[in-house]
Design a protein around this ligand. Structure first.
Ligand SMILES: *Cc1c(COP(=O)(O)O)cnc(C)c1O
Ligand SMILES: [Zn+2]
Length: 404
């Protein structure tokens, strides 16, 4: 039985097809390409019961991933992250079925490791030696470390004010680090030049087709962890939107395989910060594409993306699932981050915290009903962002200190 049952690449905009055994970037029409599988073959050879006993990583779904030879797999056993109920916070928010899927618990401390694992493995399989990418930090960190493991050279361009820890992760892996005084969109232009001048593989978000395949495994895991029944609502902190597009893609694949009973897919919610909300604006205006968000700013750095190349796919996933897009304030992100830690003991990242702030707004508006099953995706570790909030301290006089 083949390790992967990938068949080809397909353009969701113009339906052009491409071969997945040679390097491909965007479609000639400018759209990202999506990976297609021979789902009839998968159906014939694989059952969901077979998956249950497999390794506790995203590679348990290898038939539905694009890497053809297992020897090309570059992995730190990423995936199968904790899926936990949050009863105390749920009670406060009047949600009786609130859950977190905790992506802080993956190598490199952010869910970017999923995209990096599959993206780097496939790049290795395709014979790539040098790759370049713009990043808000976490993706660059993950891709650098996976590239180091694979023996590839990574050229990473990030804004100067991206979280310092991510800069260090890139640097320690010996990747080439370029800092740009601007936004991820400015970093993207520099990568464009590197790709054109040096012939590097362009690993920018959705400009290679495989990162999304790593991220879609969050959708498979949610289904599997819920015993192949889907929740009512999933909230996702949306920058480039790759995770949201991926989760939607995963559910469509599972439906075609007949592995999920539900006819109705979960309502997908794209959460953004009020300081950078192009998807929310497009959604509110009923548009199918977003416009560039001028002067974007948010301390939830991973979702500071003023214009996403896959915006039309994000909006389509929202519309198709009767979902929505919500912007939350910087202050509400901070409050939610503190609440999750104080009530549930989990130190999540600001991006993840934005989904809780949004769930609370949507509950208040009764868009989410009290007994609906709601999943907030925490995309990274809070400890990667030590400057995200102020510390409350009680100061003591020296003579009150305990001797040690
Ligand atoms: C990149 C990132 C996001 C946004 O992910 P997209 O798939 O680009 O929308 C959210 N949270 C964190 C921590 C990130 O690093
Ligand atoms: Zn096309």
């Amino acid at each position: 039985m083949p390790y992967s049952m990938v068949s080809h690449l397909l353009c969701p905009k113009c339906n052009e097809t491409y071969d997945s055994d040679t390097i491909q970037q965007l479609c000639v029409c400018g759209s990202p390409l999506l990976v297609e599988y021979d789902l009839d073959e998968v159906k014939e050879h694989l059952t969901k019961e077979m998956i249950t006993g497999r390794e506790q990583s995203l590679w348990r779904y290898h038939e539905l991933l694009p890497v053809k030879k297992e020897e090309n797999k570059v992995s730190f056993e990423e995936g199968m992250t904790p899926f936990l109920p949050l009863p105390s916070l749920g009670q406060k928010m009047k949600l009786s079925n609130l859950y977190i899927k905790d992506e802080g618990m993956v190598p490199t401390g952010s869910f970017k490791a999923r995209g990096a694992a599959v993206g780097i493995s496939k790049a290795k399989e395709l014979g790539v030696q040098n790759l370049a990418m713009p990043t808000n930090g976490n993706a660059g960190a993950a891709w650098s470390l996976y590239a180091a493991k694979a023996g590839l050279e990574a050229h990473i361009v990030m804004p100067v004010d991206a979280p310092e820890i991510t800069r260090k992760e890139v640097s320690i892996s010996s990747a080439h680090l370029y800092l740009v005084n601007g936004l991820i969109s400015d970093a993207g232009k520099i990568v464009g030049d590197l790709v054109k001048e040096q012939g590097f593989y362009d690993a920018s978000t959705l400009k290679e087709p495989y990162r999304i395949e790593g991220k879609k495994t969050m959708g498979y895991e949610i289904a599997e962890q819920l015993n192949w029944e889907l929740p009512d609502v999933i909230l996702y902190p949306t920058g480039g939107g790759v995770g949201l597009i991926g989760i939607y893609k995963a559910f469509l694949e599972l439906k075609k395989l007949g592995w999920i009973k539900d006819q109705k897919l979960p309502r997908l919610v794209a959460v953004q910060s009020e300081g950078c909300a192009p998807i929310v604006k497009a959604f509110e205006e009923g548009k199918t594409e977003s416009e560039f968000w001028e002067n974007s700013t948010t301390h939830a750095f991973g979702i500071n993306v003023p214009k996403a190349i896959g915006d039309f796919l994000v909006l389509d996933a929202i519309y198709q699932t009767d979902g929505c897009a919500v912007a939350v304030s910087e202050e509400d992100i901070r409050i939610s981050q503190r609440e999750v830690a104080a009530l549930e003991g989990q130190f999540i990242c600001p991006e993840g915290a934005s989904t809780f702030a949004a769930a609370e707004r949507l509950r208040e508006r009764n868009w989410i009903k009290e007994d609906e099953q709601v999943i907030c995706l925490n995309t990274g570790l809070g400890i990667k962002y030590p400057d995200a909030f102020e510390v409350n301290v009680k100061t003591m006089e020296t003579n009150e200190r305990i001797n040690v």
